[in-house]
Design a protein around this ligand. Structure first.
Ligand SMILES: [Zn+2]
Length: 109
């Protein structure tokens, strides 16, 4: 058996060291594939969240209710414009669609 045959059957090269370059490359390739997979998952999760946010803003978003904290306050009645040459205002009535809380709000122009 020649020295070349011996090295071909073992896990060492001619210098007697373990060939680790191929293994390191495979490890890096697996890490790269993993990171691409994780980036794809992250992208899909972000797309889901953006779609949910877009759905929330299809209509004018409601205001926050001071009583229950939900984003459910909507104008139920617009008052007439009042005022004089110094300024104008309007009183609107707001109502929470969740808890029913109502409050008047003055809008100044
Ligand atoms: Zn409320």
């Amino acid at each position: 058996m020649s020295p070349e045959d011996a090295s071909a059957n073992s896990n060492t090269n001619r210098e007697g060291t373990t060939p680790s370059i191929g293994f390191g490359l495979a490890k890096r390739a697996v890490a790269a594939v993993k990171s691409v997979f994780l980036a794809g998952k992250h992208y899909a999760m972000l797309e889901t969240r953006v779609t949910a946010l877009e759905a929330q803003f299809e209509r004018h978003p409601p205001d926050v209710c001071e009583r229950c904290g939900e984003r459910a306050m909507r104008v139920v009645r617009n008052g007439g414009i009042m005022g004089d040459s110094h300024g104008h205002w309007r009183q609107d009535d707001w109502k929470c669609e969740r808890c029913g809380y109502e409050e008047p709000r003055i809008v100044r122009f």
